[in-house]
Design a protein around this ligand. Structure first.
Ligand SMILES: N[C@@H](CCC[C@H](N)C(=O)O)C(=O)O
Length: 328
């Protein structure tokens, strides 16, 4: 069959967006997972960190499901949700919409462009939980807030939270960001292990100056990505709880693919929600000829590129690179 898709990204975290609504596609669960494994494989023609399936919803304007490159399904995806926000808002000719995700219906809206000509969307990141059972993380305690996990590292201090996909966040020094520690411990917690039976997204956060942080994430089901939206949101919350940043104030979050802005709202002592604001960039659209029951091979048609917005996005990346050279 022929499948229409859009290659898109949020902060260089790239996805293949497949619209099951307008195209009347109806895949089985196995097909969705197998398509993700094949089409996202970077050794083949397309390559991406995951597939975003845009589906009909009974209670919202649309529904997003996200499959990682290894075929696993994630409960949430912040950078992906910005791309879906743009897609659904443009389809419905609206400036805001409600998108059903696995665990919550989330508000998304068009925002003023972060940089001229870069389509920008705000997405709600919620619910947030610090209960270890919600990740899950198997330790003999209920939460892990700025604490060591000696079996992982004698030095690093971690916070575990679900937003609602699972995250392990550590505030570190520059030398830790550049070392091999993150890769080693991320591979451990994402392999067969007793602490995180479902794996976890692992972020190292380097505070730069008040209101500015750098985040690097090893994503569950993928590996290191240019950026991870839920991880940047979770990391901003951790820096607010540590007193490095402030609730209700914008925090610029730099990453290897660009930058986003996060605002953490403290609704009461235990309840938080986060606004994640950033680009939703289309790279190209194309048609793929593939058998969803046996997607090991596929052919890809002509790529219709969105040249203008990509040229503008590379200017943002250049500015980020310069900022990090001076401030890291
Ligand atoms: N890149 C995403 C998160 C994608 C899912 C993640 N790998 C998981 O398995 O939880 C984001 O931008 O949030």
């Amino acid at each position: 069959m022929e499948i229409e898709l859009i290659k898109c990204h949020g902060s260089g975290n790239d996805f293949l967006l497949i619209d099951e609504i307008s195209n009347n596609y109806s895949f089985t669960e196995v097909q969705r997972a197998e398509l993700a494994k094949t089409l996202c494989n970077r050794e083949k023609e397309l390559g991406a960190d995951g597939i975003l399936y845009v589906m009909k919803s009974d209670k919202a304007d649309g529904r997003m499901r996200v499959f990682n490159t290894d075929g696993s399904e994630a409960s949430m995806c912040g950078n992906g949700l910005r791309c879906v926000a743009r897609y659904v808002c443009e389809l419905l000719e609206k400036d805001e919409a409600l998108i059903e995700t696995m665990k919550a219906d989330l508000l998304v809206k068009k925002e003023q462009d972060v940089y001229e000509g870069i389509p920008t969307y705000l997405v709600e990141i919620s619910p947030v939980s610090f209960k270890l059972e919600d990740l899950p993380l198997h330790l003999n305690q209920d939460t892990l807030l700025n604490e060591k996990i000696p079996s992982l590292s004698e030095q690093l201090i971690f916070t575990a939270l679900a937003v609602p996909n699972p995250h392990l966040v550590s505030i570190v020094e520059k030398q830790d960001v550049e070392s091999t520690i993150q890769k080693e411990l991320s591979e451990f917690v994402n392999g067969p292990n007793e602490l995180f039976p479902d794996g976890v997204n692992v972020s190292f956060v380097k505070p730069l100056k008040k209101g500015h942080i750098y985040v690097r994430t090893f994503e569950r089901g993928v590996g290191f990505t240019n950026a991870c939206g839920t991880a940047m949101s979770a990391s901003t919350l951790v820096t607010c709880l540590s007193g490095l940043n402030d609730f209700e104030q914008s925090v610029e979050v730099y990453n290897n693919g660009g930058k986003v802005r996060c605002i953490v709202h403290k609704l009461n002592e235990e309840t938080f929600k986060i606004d994640l604001i950033g680009n939703a960039t289309y790279v190209y659209s194309t048609l793929v000829d593939v058998d969803p029951d046996n997607p090991t091979t596929f052919t890809c048609g002509m790529k219709n590129e969105y040249l203008d917005e990509n040229v503008l996005y590379s200017k943002l990346q250049e500015d980020v690179k310069q900022f990090l050279q001076v401030n890291m």
